[in-house]
Design a protein around this ligand. Structure first.
Ligand SMILES: [Zn+2]
Length: 285
């Protein structure tokens, strides 16, 4: 597999105010591709002083992927979710001893959602390389660009979780060190070059983790991906510690997200494994 640096478009926006003042013809759709059981203890870091009362409690949370539709530039996927392999087998055919178990109902797999809507993908942006976010690649077209944050491979363990990237010949990596600082969130990249879709470096869960901002006419949406698993992370201001590469960095990132949401209350937020809130974008004119 060849790694190529993702070429950054010239950033013509100085700050988030300017971005949000210039919404674009982009809409967002959410697909559930399966379910995973996580524990509340760890979804909220139990070591954090604000999370002392967190109980040992299992949560069934969705495994999500998003599709964005841009009037001019077409359809892109944000994460791949799960492929059909999990419908009959919670391990998705992975024989490794530490493979994760997921639950999938009939017709939840990512290509089912895409085919049903006749979506012709132009590319895939991956928040990070955990199996519940990339297993779906196995049933997606391989002749389109796959893009992720640089540094993500540091924590990628295909020999433990399954090698979901094995049929990709090229991977594009975003060098956030060369991206514009967009306070309070930090290095952010205008993915399509018109301010419609942003990748924001949100390290902690993994080293190259990215969140996304979809700047649509109807309302801008921040997709935290796994920088924040559920809404309670935001409410309690406590980041996750389970499946987390660097808990301290994850907490710093969560606090930046909270600052951003307080500063721009017009932005809706969806968390990586959100179960409570549903979001349906009205149809684009
Ligand atoms: Zn993850």
């Amino acid at each position: 597999m060849k790694k190529i640096i993702f070429s950054l478009k010239k950033n013509s926006f100085k700050n988030w105010e300017e971005v949000l003042d210039n919404p674009k013809p982009i809409t967002l759709e959410k697909f559930q591709t399966g379910t995973v059981i996580i524990n509340k203890k760890g979804t909220l870091n139990p070591e954090h002083p604000l999370a002392q009362d967190i109980k040992d409690e299992e949560l069934d949370v969705p495994i999500l992927a998003y599709c964005i539709h841009h009037k001019e530039y077409g359809d892109y996927l944000l994460d791949a979710g799960l492929d059909y392999s999990y419908y009959h087998d919670p391990l998705g055919g992975i024989k490794e001893p530490h493979a994760d178990e997921f639950i999938q109902k009939k017709n939840q797999n990512i290509s089912f959602h895409l085919e049903k809507r006749r979506i012709d993908l132009k590319g895939v942006f991956l928040s990070h390389l955990h199996p519940d976010h990339i297993a779906g690649i196995r049933e997606l077209p391989k002749n389109i660009p796959y893009v992720m944050g640089k540094g993500e491979f540091k924590e990628y363990k295909p020999e433990i979780y399954g090698n979901f990237l094995k049929n990709l010949s090229i991977i594009y990596e975003i060098e956030f060190s060369r991206a514009n600082e967009m306070p309070p969130l930090g290095p952010s990249v205008d993915l399509l070059g018109d301010g419609s879709l942003w990748a924001i470096w949100t390290p902690g869960h993994t080293p190259g983790h990215m969140s996304f901002l979809v700047n649509s006419f109807n309302n801008p949406v921040l997709l935290t991906m796994d920088a924040c698993f559920i809404h309670e992370n935001l409410e309690k201001a406590v980041a996750p510690s389970s499946y987390t590469w660097d808990v301290e960095k994850a907490q710093q990132t969560l606090e930046k997200i909270i600052d951003f949401l307080n500063k721009y209350p017009q932005v809706k937020v969806l968390c990586g494994h959100e179960c409570k809130y549903d979001y349906i974008e009205p149809k684009m004119e």
